[in-house]
Design a protein around this ligand. Sequence first.
Ligand code: SF4
Length: 232
Amino acid sequence: MRSQATTSDSELRSKAETIYRLLVEEYGQPTWRLHYDPVSELVLTFLSQNTSDVNSHRSFEQLKARYPTWEAVIAAPTEELADTIRSGGLADIKAPRIWGALQRIQEERGEFNLHFLTDLPLEEAKQWLTSLKGIGPKSAAIVLLFCFGRPLFPVDTHVFRISHRLGFVSPKTSREQTQTVWEALVSADLYYPLHLNLITHGRRVCKAGNPLCAICVLQSHCDWYIGTLANP
Ligand code: SF4
C-alpha cells in the first residue's frame, strides 16, 4: 500500500503531521462548519461526480430554482429533472440516481431528513449511504464529515493524487485504501482541515498535469519531487 516500504508508521505519522502544519501555515486553519443541510449535500455529491465545482454548483442552483422542494423533485419526470441539471454533465445518469435517493429517504424516513445518521454507528451510517445507487465511499464520507462531523477522511481526486506524490500510498493503492491510510495516520480532529487544505493545495499548486513544485511548501517532504525533479 505504501511506496516507501522502509518508512515506519511513526515516521509516516510524523510526516503527515508536518504536512498538516505546513498547509495550515500556507492556507490557514479551516474550522468545521455546516455547508449544506444533509439532503442538499447528498444531492450535491451526485451532481459533483465527474465535473467541476463550478458546474456542479450551477446545476444545483438550477435544480433548486426549478423545484422549490424535494417533494417537487420526486414528483417531476426524470427526463425533466435531467434537462434541469444538464449543464453539470452525465445528467441522464445523475437524474435517476438523485430521484431514487430522494424517493428512498422519503419512503424510509417519512420526510426529507437524514439526521438519523447523526447517531447511527459509523459503519452502519456508511453502509446506508453507500447502499444508495451512485454513492461510493468518498461521497458517503463527504456527507458524514461535512454534515455531521463524523470521523471520516474523504479522498477526492486531489487528495488521492497528492497522497501518492507525497509517498503515503503507492500508485496501485485504491482511493478507498487511501482513505483508510489517512484515517490511521492523523487524529480525527485533523480530518476536516487536512482534507480541505489538501484540496486547496491540489487546485493551486500540486495540479494534476503541471504541479508547481518550485513554489511548493511540501517540496522537501515529497517523494515524487525528491525522486524525480530534485534527483534527475
Ligand atoms: S513538490 Fe510538487 S509533486 Fe510534490 S506536493 Fe509539491 S507540487 Fe506536488
